[in-house]
Design a protein around this ligand. Structure first.
Ligand SMILES: [Zn+2]
Length: 250
């Protein structure tokens, strides 16, 4: 076999490996989202459940796994179907998924959900305020080693209890229905084209974010990023702290 043939086989195997890897990660994610959608469908009728919601956002579009609207509050749920041990905290840009012999990075879902909530707040502008709860729901077999305060971290089996626990009415039912009407009116229909456009928007947003951070500019407010020392070591924080709490790894 010639060197060219061997090279060709290596390239084909590499491409196949990438396709299988992407496809299986996507299917595992979809499986988790379907499981959470089934759980949420058991909520009483005064909770409106929306799955896979695409809405306009500052960076183009935001894709929310699950959104629950009720007179008890709004629940924004990001689903993660992961195994291994997950390490993460409030501030870091990435969390770690660790196995015995390997580790992977995942985008910090608390930050992901924060950007969804910002997009929702813009969309709900003008309506009476309802508390918005950020929930990160793990449906795989992962062990969690997570330290966050701005989101509820739950396993699938705890999700409904967590929502029902926060069941003190905060607005009249008709206000909650106004919120539902706004979502139904403004959400972007999920089609192959809109999903593709959303992915392109997300890639652009990451590129813009990374470019700003590389130039020591805060991607959230345009302030300057300055080197700081915290109890877990050095990090870059925004010069507009405490108004802007953006931080990134040093
Ligand atoms: Zn800032």
């Amino acid at each position: 076999m010639s060197i060219i043939e061997i090279g060709l086989i290596v390239v084909i195997l590499f491409v196949l490996f990438r396709i299988i890897k992407t496809f299986s990660a996507k299917s595992i994610g979809n499986l988790g989202e379907r499981r959470v959608a089934r759980l949420l469908s058991k909520l009483p009728p005064d909770y409106k459940v929306y799955n896979n919601v695409i809405i306009p956002s500052y960076s183009g579009t935001s894709q929310i796994d699950h959104l629950v609207i009720s007179k008890y509050g709004i629940f924004v749920i990001e689903t993660k179907n992961y195994s291994g041990v997950i390490y993460g905290n409030e501030k870091s840009e990435y969390w770690k998924q660790c196995f015995r012999r390997s580790k992977f990075e995942m985008v910090n879902p608390v930050r992901q959900n924060y950007s969804h909530i910002m997009a929702l707040k813009k969309l709900f502008c003008g309506l009476p305020e309802i508390p918005i709860h950020s929930i990160i729901c793990f449906v795989g077999s992962a062990d969690l080693n997570i330290d966050v305060y701005s989101a509820h971290i739950v396993f699938g089996s705890e999700l409904l209890d967590k929502i029902m626990l926060l069941s003190k009415p905060c607005v009249e039912q008709k206000i909650a229905w106004e919120y539902s009407a706004r979502i139904e009116h403004k959400r972007i229909e999920s089609t192959k084209e809109t999903e593709k456009q959303h992915k392109e928007n997300a890639r652009n947003a990451v590129r813009q974010h990374n470019l700003k951070v590389a130039n020591n500019i805060c991607p959230r407010c345009g302030g300057k990023l300055v080197l700081r020392k915290g109890k877990f070591g050095s990090f870059y924080g925004c010069s507009n702290y405490p108004t802007c709490k953006f931080t990134t790894n040093a």
